[in-house]
Ligand binder design. Structure first.
Ligand SMILES: [Zn+2]
Length: 417
């Protein structure tokens, strides 16, 4: 669905450009008062001073919306989530609160194994309904594009089903959020392959990935590159094969220990490296040099009581930083954009302007879409987050609470409240 829409009398707040903003550029936003934005068939066709739209009868083919001076931002881009899964792990979370260790939870059947079991037990409709509910909630917080990963099947049929769910949501005529699918078959080693990680990587490359690519079910390939999961060598092998088959690359890197995943991302010119809680100084510099988007997920660090990624240092080193929620049923059951803003600004020492760029244009760059979304400029999609305040400083200040009044998707208005 795409509409013709004119939003007038808005305070426009947006980064500019069609590529990731790096280092100091991240703080450069264009702010324009009394702005008009025109959307034709879902695409932005005018941005600038008022052209008298408030007069009756001007442009009869367009819906008119008076923003009354409130802030209009690009729609938020959540570039790292795992929103397609079966079951939930609320009980396991309660064990964790009582101090139970990860190993003991695993022994009780918790952890990713439990989500893999629940996802394999779902049919397509169940998985799709669950996932669609999350998309709707995210839309209420101003999100207009979401990346989603497979990785809770760890077998060919279920991995493909997760990706087909995303494909179906991405092509839904009535969608409120665009969906970008990522193949993460290398999320964990399934029980069937315990102790045989190399064979599992072979299986993914030989049996699963070709089906994913042949059916056009994913744009990216991702890997959980972590000690005890997939080594640097195994991750490199998988990603090189993925690149050869035409997929763009992402990595879960240096989340738990400093293994060197961020350096591997730079070596392979991956589009993004994500988490990065323990990325080394040298690897941060390498990411900056190679234009790898550093995608930081502060909600996960918060939920796991881990130290936050060094967002400030990464920006100062010249990196393009993106922020995302990491919504998943285990380590971080939250898709809260408001809390992401607060944690990034309070604990990762990012400025409000940098956080806005990180959740819009740089998120778009982390999905190879900075030429189409992520800023309010002619030619891009008419995807916006309209705040309920003229002051964009409310984004981190209003902690964990939503200050998005209306989300606009390709010119269609969706009021949040
Ligand atoms: Zn993740």
């Amino acid at each position: 669905m795409a509409e013709n829409l004119i939003i007038f009398n808005a305070r426009l707040v947006t980064p500019l450009g069609t590529t990731a903003r790096k280092g100091k550029e991240m703080a450069e936003l264009m702010v324009m008062d009394n702005a008009t934005v025109e959307v034709t068939d879902g695409l932005i066709t005018y941005v600038g001073p008022s052209r008298g739209e408030e007069r009756d009868g001007y442009y009869r083919r367009y819906w008119h919306y008076n923003a009354r001076g409130r802030c209009l931002l690009p729609g938020f881009v959540d570039s790292h989530t795992h929103f397609v899964f079966g079951g939930e792990r609320a009980e396991e979370f309660s064990w964790r609160l009582k101090g139970e260790s990860y190993m003991s939870i695993m022994q009780r059947g918790g952890g990713i194994v439990s989500t893999v079991g629940a996802t394999r037990a779902c049919n397509f409709i169940q998985l799709r309904n669950n996932a669609e509910t999350f998309l709707k909630r995210m839309s209420l917080m101003g999100v207009t594009t979401v990346e989603g990963k497979s990785g809770y099947g760890l077998d060919k049929d279920t991995e493909l089903m997760q990706l087909r769910v995303m494909h179906s949501l991405a092509n839904d005529e009535r969608r409120r959020v665009d969906v970008v699918p990522t193949f993460l078959g290398a999320h964990a080693v399934p029980a069937e392959y315990a102790g045989r990680t190399d064979e599992y990587v072979d299986y993914l490359i030989r049996e699963v990935m070709p089906c994913v690519v042949k059916n056009g079910l994913a744009e990216f390939c991702d890997v959980f590159c972590e000690q005890g999961v997939f080594s640097i060598e195994q991750s490199r092998r998988l990603l090189l094969a993925a690149r050869q088959m035409g997929l763009a690359l992402k990595l879960h890197a240096d989340e738990i220990v400093p293994l060197g995943g961020a350096g591997l991302a730079a070596e392979l010119d991956a589009v993004s490296a994500d988490h990065l809680l323990h990325a080394s100084d040298a690897d941060i510099r390498a990411m900056a040099e190679h234009g790898v988007v550093a995608t930081l997920l502060p909600l996960t660090a918060f939920a796991l009581k881990e130290p936050y990624a060094r967002g400030r240092e990464m920006i100062d080193a010249g990196c393009a930083v993106a922020l995302a929620t990491d919504l998943n049923p285990g380590s971080c059951f939250s898709g809260s954009i408001p809390l992401t803003f607060a944690l990034a600004c309070i604990y990762m020492k990012m400025s409000i302007e940098e956080a806005i760029t990180a959740l819009t244009l740089n998120g778009a760059a982390a999905l190879n879409r900075a030429d189409r979304i992520g800023s309010i400029e002619v030619g891009k999609k008419g995807d916006f987050a309209l705040l309920n305040t003229p002051n964009y400083h409310f984004l981190p200040y209003y902690i964990g609470m939503n200050c998005v009044q209306t989300t606009v998707k390709e010119g269609v208005l969706y009021p949040a409240g």
